[in-house]
Design a protein around this ligand. Sequence first.
Ligand SMILES: *Cc1c(COP(=O)(O)O)cnc(C)c1O
Length: 506
Amino acid sequence: MNSFDKWFLSSDSNGLENYHQFMTKTVKIVETHYQSLEKPYEHIGTEDIQKNIEKYVKFEYEGKSSDAVLTSLQHLVMDHSLHISHPAAMAHLHCPPMIPALAAEVIISALNQSMDSWDQSPVATYIEDGIIQEMIKEINYPQSASGVFTSGGTQSNYMALLLARNEYCAKNFSINVSKQGLPMEAKKLRIFCSEKAHFTVQQSAAQLGLGMDSVISIKTNERYEMCTDALYEEIAKVKQQGNLPFAVVATIGTTDFGSIDPLGEICKLTDRENIWLHADAAYGGALLFSNQHSHLLSHLKKADSITMDFHKWFYQPVSCGAFFVKNSSMFEHIQLHADYLNPEEDTHFHLVDRSIQTTKRFDALKVWLTFQAVGKQEFGEMIDYTIKTAKQTANYLQKRTDIEALNNPVMNAIVFRYQPKVIYMDDQKQRLYENDINQYIQQLLYEQGQLIMAKTKFEGKSYLKLTMLNPLITFDETVKRLDEVINLGKELEKKEERLRERSVIG
Ligand SMILES: *Cc1c(COP(=O)(O)O)cnc(C)c1O
């Protein structure tokens, strides 16, 4: 051994000792932090962050002791990060990670398997496939189905449209897009999704050389679900214009409202028209495990491909997602063979054959450890509990006259706004005032670190959003927090009134 031994895991005691010290001290920092965590966020101004960056983010010539490094870590990272596990952090589809998954992260990084070729991850390759197979059973997909872990919904949606495009071009123009590039007709290809679909549908179209204009937005009904009639009409219109519909993206849990597009209806149309149906279940996929609401996903198996994010409602640390395809042969559209990795004559399978990534993390282990430890039943109970809490909260908001609630949640996202009493004669002014007051409430509570909400827009108006993913959120505490929102709105309104009076008198 040489003197580098303390930096690496080996059978040598110097390395093992250093690993033990670093890991125990780091775990201690996390524990101490959570012991004293009163609010989800301790605000820090950008100038102060910048000062910390200048102070701590410097490559030094010589290394420091683990204690010194970990103290810096505390000041730089822990003290002012957003703490997503806190029940008052309810902004985005951003989950508190479950403890078994955190333990899995220790193994994932220590073994540092790469999931591209079998020889680099002999057991892990089969575990990832095993988890994919378990999920395929839950979805009720046929035996022919396959899938792969991805970095998240963005990558999964991209893969869906990539496969759909290449399959369409192979079938209709006998063009192998991987080899020959896009056919002349590519300009005519069209994708359909609801106006509430995730922006990555447009992003994928842009990256696939089809352009964002190839995506046709379909209007939604009063529950924010894709209107099937409008989809029928738009597809007919597009065909009449001589353009080529090749994919429909149905959202199973829209990011803002958690609404579910009518897959059963949509697939009747896509079947008849031979259009690829992709289900973006990045958010809603976890409903498969719900004890009370899994029927909402009974048509999921009809989709040609599915996006599912484990780092949302499955409580896995970022990043952890999966992409599923009903017919595994579709992966041939992205297969390339490198002599050093996955030569054609190999008898083992290689996950790189299903992926657009090469070096890839063993994220499947987190899902494995979580399901082993928690079990399907308790996991399902968590999902149901969060839905119940969200429904109770929405009910509470709907009864208040000082709140406008936009949705009845089917999942656990609620969109609402504070409704001030002040009435301006000018509609434009009224709208601006209502937007300002809601944006201000969101920002102020964020800076106070009391309640972390998201903001969103609907028909040009600003709304507040709660994503109640965390099963530690209780209805009673949420009501208290929402009462703070309302009180803050009232206070701001009074200030505005005083200003107006003064300007009238003045
Ligand atoms: C979050 C989300 C995505 C994007 O997924 P990432 O994991 O953030 O890449 C796509 N679609 C829907 C419906 C989502 O909620």
